[in-house]
Design a binder for this molecule. Structure first.
Ligand code: DX5
Ligand code: ZN
Length: 231
């Protein structure tokens, strides 16, 4: 994974057909996805349950590029080894998931993979100076985690702008998760985000047997985001 700030579209398989994850991952990559975003939910940290490390290991074989695993679970630390062994390229944990996020990030990087830090919409940037040198990605949640298809929370755009200024030259991705569409993508791209997660915005209108709409949706989000970048 070489670092670049170019816009990357990361479809979330939360909006895919759960009975066809392998084929869905292949379809979104064939349709132009840069990363595959994998939402793990535990019914405790968030009010929804998805799947765990064995599903991640099974879909890994169907992903050629980056498998971006977003853990919405608490506690996190007992499961890091399992998700790393499942083949994650990035593991992102929530700042709010426990008192020892510093240790969690160290444990992720100890596997030689990228460590991500996710921030809920109500979480500020106060701890960031103490974490910036141990993260490879910061995920700004633009919805409350737990479900796809929610409305983008506009107050997060200023947070992205502040975060971009704090990051400076460090090779840290800013990822946006929730409510990304061709209408909201330009706002966060202009503010400094480079990884755009989109679930419903990519999968709407398509299916494993008719994946062309995935490509149309990915290209529309990418074009809107790129048009908002400073030239
Ligand atoms: C929300 C998940 C997101 C979600 C985004 O808890 O982390 O990745 O799938 O879905 P959309 O793009 O539909 O808001
Ligand atoms: Zn996510």
């Amino acid at each position: 994974m070489t670092f670049s700030r170019a816009i990357k579209i990361a479809p979330s398989i939360l909006s895919a057909d759960f009975a066809n994850f392998g084929a869905e991952c292949e379809a979104i990559e064939a349709q132009g996805a840069d990363w595959v975003h994998v939402d793990v939910m535990d019914g405790h940290f968030v009010p929804n349950i998805t799947f765990g490390p064995s599903t991640c290991a099974a879909i890994r074989k169907h992903i050629k590029g980056v498998m971006d695993v977003h853990l919405m679970i608490a506690p996190v630390d007992p499961y890091i080894d399992a998700f790393a062994q499942a083949g994650a390229d990035v593991i992102t944990a929530h700042l709010e998931a426990g008192p020892h996020i510093h240790r969690t990030l160290q444990a992720i990087r100890a596997h030689g993979i990228k460590a991500g830090l996710a921030l809920n919409p109500a979480t500020g940037l106060d701890s960031l100076p103490y974490l910036l040198d141990m993260v490879d990605l910061i995920c700004v949640m633009t919805v409350n985690p737990g479900f796809g298809g929610q409305k983008f929370i506009h107050s997060q755009v200023d947070k992205v702008r502040s975060l971009r200024a704090m990051i400076g030259d460090r090779p840290i991705h800013i990822e946006i998760d929730g409510g990304v569409t061709p209408e909201t993508a330009p706002l966060v791209a202009a503010a400094g985000a480079d990884v755009l997660v989109a679930g419903s915005g990519v999968f709407k209108g398509g299916s494993v047997t008719d994946p062309a709409p995935y490509g149309v949706n990915i290209r529309a989000i990418r074009a809107a985001a790129e048009a908002a970048l400073p030239r």
